[in-house]
Design a binder for this molecule. Structure first.
Ligand SMILES: Nc1ncnc2c1ncn2[C@@H]1O[C@H](COP(=O)(O)OP(=O)(O)OP(=O)(O)O)[C@@H](O)[C@H]1O
Ligand SMILES: [Mg+2]
Length: 265
């Protein structure tokens, strides 16, 4: 069975897409069969993976199929000859969230179960990039997932307030409709260890996350190389900055994700 990891946080700009793309590419480079599902109408991961999506080849087209039979699975630009499969997003996907259109959208639970059926046992890892809100596409992401990783940036306490809401959303989806769903953990992102806020990021996170075991040891540093790596379609940190500290941290995060997954069963 694939391991389906959702990057979720209704707070925007916390590194969901950057981590989704680079974890997916990182797992693929390790030889794992990897799929990325882009559940964000901003389509940032779709762009970074260099996928030729359009309105007919994206998640939205799939949810408009009357029988929800075939999600489009496209291929990323290769990195060292390795590709990631992608169910892409497209900007018009956001319209489904619009009132009253959302009332006629198919049940996210059914959408997710059809996606899981189409995934079958083909993949080792499935990475789901969530949107910065708690609407329809976030629900699809949480219904399709097994475990959730919440990135929380070093940026005062605003992201910590959002974290509380995200945890209660995960608990309610788990209780109501997806019993598999668990919080794998919380990862500190955009950390600048030259500042006192950066050096105390973990302690401040512990005040909000009652169980400190949920906090990943790995912290993802703030780095200008992330911006370069996103300056071209089809680019990522493994292409643009393979030896930078931020890429090394993402590889460490990948290893911690695997180890925690094995421990948590
Ligand atoms: N480690 C980093 N250092 C510096 N800048 C970063 C880093 N990670 C991401 N960024 C930048 O921060 C912005 C937000 O990152 P990203 O798009 O990955 O977040 P997100 O949570 O997916 O955002 P959204 O909620 O809008 O989907 C991007 O412009 C990206 O280039
Ligand atoms: Mg994003």
């Amino acid at each position: 069975m694939p391991k389906v990891l959702v990057l979720a946080n209704q707070k925007g700009g916390v590194m969901k897409s950057t981590l989704s793309v680079n974890l997916a590419v990182g797992f693929a480079l390790r030889g794992y069969r990897t799929l990325l599902i882009d559940c964000d109408p901003q389509a940032n991961s779709t762009y970074s993976l260099g996928v030729e999506a359009d309105q007919d080849q994206c998640l939205e087209a799939f949810v408009h199929q009357s029988d929800l039979r075939t999600p489009p699975i496209l291929s990323s630009e290769p990195v060292d000859g390795i590709t990631v499969d992608v169910i892409p997003a497209w900007i018009s996907m956001g319209l489904i969230e619009r009132w009253p259109d959302v009332k006629s959208a198919p049940d996210p639970k059914i959408v997710a179960s059809r996606i899981r059926k189409a995934m079958g046992n083909v993949y080792d890892w499935v990475i789901v990039d969530g949107p910065p809100h708690l609407g329809y596409w976030n629900q699809v992401a949480l219904e399709v997932g097994d475990k959730v990783l919440i990135p929380v940036p070093q940026a005062g306490n605003y992201p910590l307030i959002g974290l509380l809401q995200m945890r209660s959303t995960i608990e309610s989806v788990q209780a109501r409709s997806n019993a598999r769903l668990r919080l794998l953990g919380v990862v500190s992102t955009l950390v600048d260890s030259r500042t006192s806020m950066g050096r105390t990021a973990r302690e401040r996170l512990e005040l909000f996350v009652r169980d400190p075991d949920l906090i990943f040891d790995t912290q993802i540093p703030r780095a200008t190389s992330v911006e370069w790596s996103q300056a071209h379609e089809g680019s990522n940190l493994f292409i643009a900055a393979p030896r930078e500290a931020v890429t090394v941290a993402i590889v460490k995060l990948m290893e911690e994700v695997e180890a925690r997954w094995q421990r948590n069963g």
